[in-house]
Design a protein around this ligand. Sequence first.
Ligand code: HPA
Length: 268
Amino acid sequence: MEAALQSIRSKTHASPAVGVVLGSGLGAFADELSGAVSIPYSDIPEWPVSTAIGHAGKLVLGNTAGVEVAVLAGRAHLYEGYSPAQAAFGVRVLGRLGVRTIVFTNAAGGINLDYSQGALVLISDHINLQGSNPLLGPNDDTLGTRFPDMSDAYSAECRAIALQTGNEIGIPLAEGVYAAMIGPSFETPAEIRYLRIIGADLVGMSTVPEVIAANHMGIRCLAISCVTNMAAGILPQKINHEEVLETGARVRDTLVRLLNAILPRLPR
Ligand code: HPA
């Protein structure tokens, strides 16, 4: 990680306290930052370069609503063949740059029947079904403790701020539990029924390794899922990635508005 940090610090002296991680089709936020320095992941030593369609793949440091932010536009997923530690690499870099709070966004399938396509849902907790963990192996004590607590993995304080902000600006937010699958195949209808029984409201293929690594470093996490589709077997239709990207694009402006309203209010 030292080589990555050195390379970033040679290009900017920014000291962001808040990070943002943008998911599939949700990259627009990064393009609207002021005074931005944009660094393609491919220019940063050691950085796992994402191959997913809809992921631009750059670190952007800039300002929005008076807040200095570091944005990861594009992430590495386990389904691309990356290890959980690689998936968490960018978040760890943000932590080392001084970020104390991270807002994650992702695309997710809606399991809870109260949700509809396009809904924005705060993740209140997760169920890790990816069969792995970014903290496997020897613990790096400089980052955090061997057995980090996960009982407030999605900061209750940050969620309360997000809910209040959403109410004030007319963007209703639900809350729900996110089940993380490894992908890349979408779930079967039987898997979705199983996930509903065990308490999941949303299903997706990202975010959880990043949130575990962030909690390890004592970084507060807020995560917002865009329900890009209802999960498998709920509607009489197939799920495809184009639909995921289309819905992401449709709610893009709403999400950007929400992020800009929430960011200045978050603890840092
Ligand atoms: N399942 C898993 N991941 C997803 C989905 C889904 O239905 N939609 C967007 N990401």
